[in-house]
Write a protein that binds this ligand. Structure first.
Ligand code: TEU
Length: 575
C-alpha cells in the first residue's frame, strides 16, 4: 500500500486549490496575436505565442469572450455560447490551444456571460417572433410600456453605456410593441434569471466548456442577474447605473447590513440577494469536476459586501476592484490591503489583486493622473494628456507591490510590457458602444484594447499580425514597448515581471504569511513581509535607505545612489 504522507496530502490539496495563489493572465483575444493576418487577433495566434506566457511565469490564462457573436460589444454579446466565432477560429482551434497549454503547465479559463445574450441569439430571435406573455418572451425581460400607447419605457433605468436601458420592439404584425430590458447595449438583452429554463440552459453551457478542458470561468456581471421584483424606478441620488454601485454611497455610520439593504434599494439591478442562489448553482456544477474555479466580476462596494460572493459554496474568487480603484497612495493602499485580507479572510477566501483589465484605463497611464476619468469613460485626444514616464514608473512600482501579496493576482495583457493607454485614438476607429450611445461624450474603453506590439518595426502593427493590419491602430510609442525590445534587456518591464513572478513562486508568496512591517516604514514608504521577503515601496520625496539583505527584484533599474530607493519605486529584499 502506498503511504500517503502529510506532504503528499498538502501538495495535492494545494494543486486542487491552485486558484488560491495563481497568477492569471488576461488575454483579450482581439488584440493578443493575429494568426491569419486579418488584423483581428485569434486563437491560432495565441497558440503560436503561448510559450511567451509560460516564459513570463503565469499559471493560467483567462480569455475574454471568443464565442459566436456579432461583436457589438467586442464579444460580450454572445449569440451561441457553445461555439467559437469564426473571427477567432473554431472549436478545433480551442482544443489545440488547451492541449498545448497543458504541455506548458497553463490552465485555460473562459469568460461566461450569463446576464445577457446577443440580440442575435436564437432565443431572442424567437422571442421577437412570439407573442407577449409567451414562453419565448419569458426568457428575457419584456414589459409593456407606460403612457397611453405604451410609448414610454417601463421604468427610468439607464444603460451602463448611456441612454435608456429599454428598447421597444416592432411586433410580428408590424405594430409598435413591448419593450425589453438591456442593462448594457440595446443588442444585449438581459436574460430573465427568475426563469428556470434559463438556469438549466446555463448549466449545460458550463458543462460544455468544463468537459472541453476549461479550468473554470470568469463570470461577467456576476452582480447583475437578479433585478428587484416589480422593476421599480431608480430613485436615490447615490445610485449609479455605471456597472457598479457607487463607492461614494458608503457612509461609515451604517452597519454592513444597513448599508447593503440601502444599496440594494438604490441600485435595483445590482447585487440583489437572489444572485447568491445562482452563484451556488454554478459552484455545484464546478464541484462535479476535480480542480476547477470561477472568478466573479462582482463590481460592488464595499469589500465586506464583495466578500459575500466568495463565501463557502459560492465563487472561488472575485476581482478585487476596491484594490484596482485605489490610487498610488501609501495610506489608501495600506487600508485596502488590510481590509481585503480581513474581509476575504473572514469567509475563508483568498484575496485577488488586479490593476488593469479591458474595461479600465491601463494603470501605466492611470497612475500619471491625480484625477482620473470615471471608469468606462476613457481618455480621448481632448483630455489632458498623461506624463508617460511618471505613469510608467508608478505602474512598475505598483505592480511590484501587488505581486508580492498573498493570494491570487491578475495581469492584463500588455501590462508586462508597461504599455500605456492609447489616449489619442482617432474617433473613426472606435468600437466601444459607450462612444456611440453617448454621442462621443464618453470615448469609452477602446484605448486599453489596442493590439500588442511583438516585434518592433516588423510592420505597421509591430508584428501583431504578419500583414501589419490591426483592428485598432497602435500609437507610435508602442514600437518602443514591443516585446522584442524588452526581451533580455536588463531593467525592462518585461524582465521585471519575469523576475517578480519567478521569485514569487520560489518563495511561495501566493501562499505566504503576510504582515505589515512598520519597522521599515516612514512617512513616505510602505513595507510588508511575506514569507521572509520584505517588499518596500517609496511613494514620494527623498530616496530612502534600502535595508540590508539580498535584493531579489527592484523596479529601480538605474540606481542613481547606491543603496537607496527613490520615490515611486519598489524593491524586494530577502532579509
Ligand atoms: O463589465 C460589466 C461591468 O460591471 C461594467 O462596470 C463595465 O465595467 C463597463 O466597463 C462599464 O464601462 C463586463 C465586461 O467586462 C465588459 O467589457 C462588458 O462590456 C460588460 O460586462 C457587458 O457584458
Amino acid at each position: 500500500m502506498v503511504q500517503i504522507t502529510n506532504d503528499v496530502l498538502a501538495h495535492s490539496r494545494k494543486d486542487a486549490e491552485w486558484w488560491r495563489t495563481s497568477v492569471i493572465y488576461q488575454i483579450y483575444p482581439r488584440s493578443f496575436a493575429d494568426g491569419n493576418g486579418d488584423g483581428m487577433g485569434d486563437l491560432q495566434g495565441v497558440t503560436q505565442r503561448l510559450e511567451s506566457l509560460a516564459e513570463l511565469g503565469v499559471d493560467a490564462i483567462w480569455f475574454s469572450p471568443f464565442f459566436t457573436s456579432p461583436q457589438k460589444d467586442a464579444g460580450y454579446d454572445v449569440a451561441n455560447y457553445k461555439d467559437i466565432d469564426p473571427l477567432f477560429g473554431n472549436l478545433a482551434d480551442f482544443d489545440a490551444l488547451v492541449a498545448k497549454a497543458k504541455t506548458l503547465g497553463l490552465r485555460i479559463i473562459v469568460d461566461l456571460v450569463p446576464n445577457h445574450s446577443s440580440d442575435q441569439h436564437v432565443w431572442f430571435q424567437a422571442a421577437l417572433k412570439a407573442a407577449p406573455g409567451s414562453v419565448e418572451r419569458n426568457r428575457y425581460i419584456f414589459r409593456d410600456g407606460k403612457g397611453e400607447n405604451g410609448e414610454l419605457p417601463p421604468n427610468n433605468w439607464e444603460s451602463v453605456f448611456g441612454g435608456a436601458a429599454w428598447s421597444r420592439i416592432t411586433e410580428p404584425d408590424g405594430s409598435l410593441g413591448q419593450w425589453y430590458l438591456h442593462i448594457f447595449d440595446s443588442t444585449q438583452p438581459d436574460f430573465n434569471w427568475q426563469n428556470e429554463e434559463v438556469r438549466i440552459e446555463f448549466d449545460s453551457v458550463l458543462r460544455f466548456w468544463l468537459d472541453r478542458g476549461a479550468a473554470g470561468f470568469r463570470i461577467d456581471v456576476a452582480h447583475g442577474m437578479i433585478k428587484v421584483d416589480g422593476l421599480p424606478d431608480v430613485v436615490a441620488n447615490n445610485s449609479t447605473m455605471s456597472g457598479q454601485d457607487s463607492p461614494d454611497a458608503i457612509k461609515t455610520k451604517e452597519t454592513d447590513e444597513e448599508l447593503i439593504a440601502r444599496l440594494q434599494v438604490e441600485n435595483p439591478f445590482w447585487g440583489q440577494n437572489g444572485v447568491h442562489e445562482i452563484n451556488k448553482r454554478f459552484r455545484a456544477i464546478l464541484d462535479e469536476y476535480d480542480d476547477r474555479a470561477m472568478c466573479g466580476e462582482a463590481w460592488v462596494h464595499p469589500l465586506s459586501r464583495m466578500a459575500r460572493w466568495v463565501r463557502p459554496g459560492e465563487y472561488h474568487q472575485t476581482f478585487n476592484f476596491g484594490y484596482l480603484e485605489t490610487p498610488w497612495d501609501k495610506d489608501k493602499l495600506h487600508n485596502v490591503v488590510t481590509e481585503s485580507l480581513k474581509e476575504f479572510g473572514a469567509v475563508g477566501a483568498p484575496s485577488t489583486w488586479v490593476l488593469s483589465n479591458h474595461d479600465v484605463i491601463r494603470h501605466a497611464t492611470r497612475m500619471a493622473y491625480d484625477q482620473i476619468p470615471k471608469q468606462g469613460d476613457g481618455i480621448g485626444p481632448k483630455y489632458e494628456q498623461p506624463d508617460e514616464a511618471k505613469g510608467l514608473r508608478r505602474a512598475r512600482a505598483a505592480s511590484a507591490f501587488m505581486l508580492g501579496l498573498p493570494g491570487g493576482a491578475y495581469i492584463y495583457q500588455g501590462e508586462e510590457l508597461g504599455l500605456p493607454e492609447h489616449t489619442t485614438l482617432d474617433n473613426q476607429f472606435r468600437e466601444d458602444p459607450t462612444f456611440f450611445r453617448t454621442k462621443g461624450e464618453r470615448v469609452g474603453r477602446d484605448g486599453c484594447r489596442v493590439p500588442l506590439p511583438w516585434e518592433a518595426g516588423a510592420n505597421e502593427s509591430n508584428g501583431f499580425s504578419a500583414t501589419g493590419k490591426s483592428w485598432l491602430p497602435q500609437p507610435s510609442s508602442y514600437k518602443r514597448y514591443a516585446r522584442s525590445e524588452q526581451e533580455g534587456a536588463a531593467g525592462s518591464t518585461l524582465e521585471l515581471y519575469k523576475q517578480l513572478l519567478k521569485k514569487r513562486k520560489a518563495h511561495d508568496m501566493g501562499n505566504g504569511e503576510f504582515r505589515w512591517a512598520p519597522e521599515f516604514m516612514d512617512e513616505s514608504t510602505l513595507a510588508y513581509i511575506n514569507n521572509g521577503i520584505l517588499v518596500l515601496s517609496n511613494f514620494k520625496g527623498d530616496p530612502v535607505v534600502i535595508p540590508a539583505g539580498e535584493i531579489l527584484a527592484t523596479t529601480q533599474h538605474d540606481l542613481t545612489i547606491e543603496g537607496e530607493l527613490e520615490h515611486d519605486n519598489t524593491v524586494w529584499i530577502r532579509l
